[in-house]
Design a protein around this ligand. Structure first.
Ligand SMILES: Nc1ncnc2c1ncn2[C@@H]1O[C@H](COP(=O)(O)OP(=O)(O)OP(=O)(O)O)[C@@H](O)[C@H]1O
Length: 201
């Protein structure tokens, strides 16, 4: 994925002031920044959900986008969500989705309605829906929010495995405590990206 000179404002609030970034295959990268720094705005632009005021985003292959806001239908079960996305992605089966569910340890909830799931379990489903079509570029917005420690570890094992299989993985977070797990880490501040140098935000 190649991003060149992306700018974005919401009316007079300037959020991104010239973001350029290159995401190679087989890289696990992170962007950190304070609340309101513009991380979600940038991911929305990279995923194609939002059009930048200026600048370009080029990518090859499938994108997997896990937004910060969990987008689920409370009246559908986990299984129904998977079936819906299987059709939307044109998948032959749910093999990958089932593998991810096993990894994240929530296969037992297949027939529960999304509306009764805990926050962490909803996030597991959110993440599964973003990854089940085996995207080449993964854009993950605070993907582990609400995860318990064991699931948090499993999330990183999954992200590392995908990186090792040649996927590009980009996670955004307000904390830099995962720095040692990442191949590249940037800091978003005042609308621009710099190499992250500090140990925490
Ligand atoms: N749809 C919108 N309309 C107007 N302003 C917005 C909109 N979305 C975001 N903003 C503003 O843009 C700025 C950046 O927001 P964004 O959600 O991208 O930040 P963030 O770094 O992801 O924050 P957080 O860590 O809290 O999730 C904030 O000041 C926010 O209030």
């Amino acid at each position: 994925m190649r991003v060149r000179d992306v700018h974005h404002s919401y009316r007079r609030r300037v959020v991104l002031r010239g973001i350029s970034i290159e995401l190679q295959p087989g890289v696990l990268a992170g962007i950190v920044g304070e609340n309101g720094a513009g991380k979600s705005t940038l991911l929305k632009i990279l995923s194609g959900e939002l059009r930048p005021d200026r600048g370009t985003v080029h990518h090859g292959g499938r994108i997997g986008y896990c937004p910060q806001e969990v987008v689920l239908n409370d009246s559908l079960t986990v299984r129904q969500h998977l079936e819906f996305f299987k059709t939307a992605f044109g998948l032959a089966d749910l093999r990958r989705a089932e593998e991810i569910m096993e990894t994240l340890n929530f296969a037992a909830y297949l027939d529960e309605r999304a509306g009764v799931l805990s926050g962490g379990t909803r996030q597991k489903l959110n993440l599964t829906l973003a990854l089940m079509h085996d995207p080449q570029v993964l854009l993950l917005d605070e993907p582990y929010q609400g995860f318990d420690w064991d699931t948090y570890q499993r999330f990183w094992e999954l992200a590392t495995k995908l990186r090792d299989a040649g996927r590009s993985v980009l996670t955004v977070s307000h904390l830099a405590h995962d720095a040692e797990r990442l191949d590249e880490l940037w800091q978003l501040r005042e609308g621009v990206l710099d190499a992250h140098t500090g140990t925490s935000e």
